[in-house]
Write a protein that binds this ligand. Structure first.
Ligand code: NDP
Length: 244
């Protein structure tokens, strides 16, 4: 069985992606940061449905923890063929004037450095097999800028998009595909971290499709990009933001 690593899979889009990939026959390595019980429940849900998964704790912002996570996956002696860089954070909505260096650095370290580190470790393992696919979970915020909400977060996702473009070109000749998804306005607990749990319902009437999105709708796009059905797709982005 081939392994797919999904970062931040204890809830939200990562959880939905882990469930989808398990259904498609991957052995899923579910990374989580703080919510061990929630991650374990996803593992058990996958196992009850006849799939295979295990949980692995790591703060992706911490290089040594990322190294330990990949070493743990190596122990399984099954090839890592897919990586979904989904883990991401944001903080309370505010204007740029109110941002501290500490907050900006925390957002960038997790969303950008963490994604880089996981890409680096995955590529090292995929190159010898000339096989692998990575999907980076960016955000519509990279295009929209999130004014008055979290420009720091939006900028981190802009960096993720550039990483996706550059890495895709770097490893294309080695049989590895790197793509991105840019969700927006998805019903998850992330909006509570921004201080507005009901954010999706507040903005949905302004969206062309007049509704928020479900984590499963993002998971479908991620699974397609990882699959052989997308075998000629690299350096590409799928926007999942109801037309915004
Ligand atoms: P949630 O806040 O619901 O879940 C975040 C997940 O990331 C959790 O599993 C959490 O783990 C994990 N995580 C957070 N920090 C770290 C870390 N340092 N190391 C490892 N794991 C970490 O988020 P969503 O599902 O909403 O978002 C997933 C991705 O989608 C993010 O990258 C986000 O930016 C992006 N996105 C979301 C949108 C939305 O509307 N929801 C829109 C656009 C993009 P734990 O719970 O164990 O701490």
């Amino acid at each position: 069985m081939a392994i797919a690593l999904v970062t931040g899979a204890s809830r939200g889009i990562g959880r939905a992606t882990a469930l989808q990939l398990a259904q498609e026959g991957y052995r899923v390595a579910l990374n989580y940061h703080t919510h061990a019980q929630a991650a374990q429940e996803v593992v058990e849900q996958i196992q009850r449905s006849g799939g295979d998964a295990f949980a692995v704790q790591a703060d992706i912002a911490d290089e040594s923890q990322v190294m330990q996570m990949f070493a743990r996956i190596d122990k399984e002696a099954q090839p890592l063929v897919a990586l979904v860089n989904n883990a991401g954070i944001l903080f309370t909505q505010c204007r740029v004037e109110a941002l501290s260096a500490q907050r900006i650095n925390q957002v960038l370290t997790t969303n950008v450095t963490g994604t880089f580190l996981c890409c680096r470790e995955a590529i090292k393992r995929m190159v010898p097999h000339q096989r692998g696919a990575i999907v980076n979970v960016s955000s519509a915020a990279a295009r929209l800028g999130s004014p008055g909400e979290y420009v720091d977060y939006a900028a981190s996702k802009g960096a993720v998009d550039t990483l996706t473009t550059g890495l895709a070109l770097e490893v294309a000749a080695q049989g590895i595909r790197v793509n991105g998804v840019r969700p927006g306005f998805i019903y998850t607990e992330m909006h509570a971290s921004g201080g507005e749990a009901g954010r999706v319902d507040r903005v949905k009437s302004q969206l062309p499709m007049r509704r928020g999105g479900q984590p499963e709708e993002v998971a479908q796009a991620i699974a397609w990009l990882l699959s052989d059905k997308a075998s000629y797709v690299t350096g590409s982005f799928i926007d999942l933001a109801g037309g915004k």
